[in-house]
Design a protein around this ligand. Structure first.
Ligand code: SF4
Length: 222
């Protein structure tokens, strides 16, 4: 039976995106296939689980949660494990993903209910352009009629070209775009004025866009 390293499992409110404020059980996986320069995730695993032991560990923690958030790291690196664990989970599955592994998504998509998918901007992530793979990822999710929205972490270096590429993706796949101002050491890294200006640029091209900061950081919760 497959084993995976899990960084932490905890109950808290969702602090990002349209499901902000919902109580969730977070399962944080350790590894990631990207290396974003703003990443603040500690990838050192502290617990090892099989699908069966994870089921036993989580089953009495689900009473008051809206859904189970698979987060990371990148949960789609562990699709074989998840395909064994998720049939035990009797709550909606909320997948937080960097939206770069469409083939892995295909293997697990029937077990996922809500997809929070990143669009990585080179100006913020320091990664090369990933728009093409994001396009394929959104196509896969939409083919299966899954609920999906795109989260875009941005800072003041965002370019006109990135705004066009994001809004083109939003239009093409009919996906809501959620702009999330970058934070550094839990403090806002983008001024309120600049955030509003950037939101307005998006709205002129694609009205289905919202600006939602990381609410859990304001509240000081995990
Ligand atoms: S995709 Fe997420 S977990 Fe992976 S490096 Fe980027 S911010 Fe960190």
């Amino acid at each position: 039976m497959q084993k995976v390293k899990i960084k932490e499992i905890f109950t808290s409110i969702q602090g990002e995106g349209p499901y902000v404020g919902y109580n969730q059980l977070f399962i944080r996986f350790c590894e990631c296939n990207l290396k974003c320069q703003y990443c603040d995730t500690d990838f050192n695993g502290e617990m090892i689980f099989t699908p069966q032991t994870l089921k036993e560990y989580t089953e009495n923690k689900l009473t008051t949660v809206h859904s189970i958030s698979l987060t990371g790291g990148e949960p789609l690196l562990f699709v074989d494990f998840l395909n064994e664990y998720l049939p035990f989970a009797n709550k909606p599955i909320y997948l937080e993903t960097n939206a770069t592994l469409p083939k892995e998504l295909e293997k697990i998509i029937d077990r996922v209910d809500i997809i929070s998918a990143d669009i990585k901007l080179p100006s913020a992530s320091g990664m090369p352009s990933l728009f093409e793979v994001h396009d394929r990822f959104f196509e896969t999710a939409k083919k299966h009629a899954k609920e999906i929205f795109a989260k875009i972490v941005f800072n003041e270096k965002i370019t006109h070209d990135e705004i066009v590429q994001c809004t083109d993706l939003g239009k093409k796949h009919d996906i809501e775009l959620i702009l999330q101002p970058q934070t550094v050491s839990d403090k806002p890294y983008v001024s309120a004025k600049k955030s509003q200006e950037i939101l307005n640029c998006f709205l002129q091209k694609y009205p289905h866009t919202r600006l939602i900061p990381q609410v859990h950081k304001f509240l000081g919760v995990e």
